[in-house]
Design a protein around this ligand. Structure first.
Ligand code: NDP
Length: 287
């Protein structure tokens, strides 16, 4: 069933999303602020709209994939009346508060609203491994799920429009700290003449294998008892060798020292015999 859909924003991501819709045979209208970005889509059969207003009027379903929250308002504020009665799916990256603000704006304008967070880079769209997180209107998610699945695995988190952004940013937080950990290891071995590529060949399977520990930590955290048997204790998780070896290589210790501080706060509070998962308590309490 072909859906009439309009996409606002044909940057790297918006263009990839539009390609997937056109290739699936949906009647797609596209708009971009500056010219030239619709050419590949028009060649594939999309309609190019001259203005954002024309694009909105062309379809019941409007998708926004713009730079940031401010650009979404810049484009849509003058079109609130045109959007009334339509559906807006906004996959622009924003903070949870910005997503909630946009949902409130849409509710005021009489627009059904679904917020999305894209966990993929443009070449991954429509490929295995692409995941897109949604929150906001359940009715919109259910109605358009087959279309959304063209982009990647689609997961709905609930009617609070901020949840998809929250999840998105929480996953990215984990990713950046993991990347910093990889960079730290690569910096550590570099003075020994080991290339980053050689280190990556060892680090990638190691880090992947270690993600197997997440559910074990989660069981302890969700169970609320950090004393359960069989865990590595905080006392045992002494990172002083890692710091000494890092200093010995003449590099910064700050990546590892950050983890050591989280551990130490729990030891200082008298929890040294408890499991490593307890460092989440250091994180939950801002210093
Ligand atoms: P690009 O920088 O490639 O494109 C940005 C788009 O926003 C362009 O279409 C640009 O138009 C438009 N834009 C910016 N400011 C305005 C404005 N004031 N008014 C109208 N249009 C405006 O970014 P991406 O396509 O990569 O990203 C789009 C969204 O997708 C972002 O929120 C990003 O965080 C998110 N995302 C991107 C990922 C990626 O890997 N690329 C991954 C996950 C999410 P113009 O061409 O005229 O400049």
């Amino acid at each position: 069933d072909s859906v009439q859909v309009s996409i606002l924003g044909l940057g790297a991501m918006g263009n990839a999303l539009a390609v997937a819709l056109v290739e699936a045979g949906h009647a797609t209208t596209v708009w971009n602020r500056s010219a030239g970005k619709a050419d590949n889509l028009v060649a594939q059969g999309a309609q190019a709209a001259a203005t954002a207003g024309d694009a909105v009027r062309a379809s019941q379903l409007v998708i926004a994939c713009l730079l940031d929250h401010a650009s979404v308002h810049e484009v849509l504020d003058p079109l609130a009346d045109e959007l009334t009665g339509r559906t807006l799916i906004n996959v622009t990256t924003t903070t949870p508060e910005q997503s909630r603000e946009m949902a409130a704006w849409a509710a005021d304008a009489g627009v059904a609203y679904l917020d999305g967070g894209i966990m993929a880079v443009p070449p991954m769209i429509g490929q295995p491994g692409s995941s897109i997180l949604y929150s906001g209107s359940a009715a919109v998610f259910d109605q358009y799920k087959p279309l959304l699945e063209l982009w990647g695995t689609s997961t709905y988190f609930g009617k609070d429009a901020g949840l998809a952004s929250l999840y998105d940013l929480a996953l990215l937080a984990g990713m950046y700290v993991m990347f910093a950990g990889f960079m730290h290891g690569a910096a550590m071995v570099a003075p020994a003449g080991i290339t980053a590529g050689e280190f990556a060949a060892m680090a990638a399977p190691w880090q992947s294998a270690m993600t197997g520990a997440f559910q074990g930590f989660a069981a302890v955290i969700d169970g609320g008892d950090y004393t359960v048997e069989g865990q590595q204790s905080l006392q045992f998780s002494n990172l002083s060798d890692l710091l000494a070896a890092s200093s010995g290589q003449g590099i910064s210790t700050e990546v590892v020292a950050m983890v050591q501080r989280l551990i130490q706060r729990q030891i200082d509070a008298g929890h040294g015999e408890e499991g490593f998962a307890r460092i989440i308590e250091s994180i939950k309490q801002p210093v």
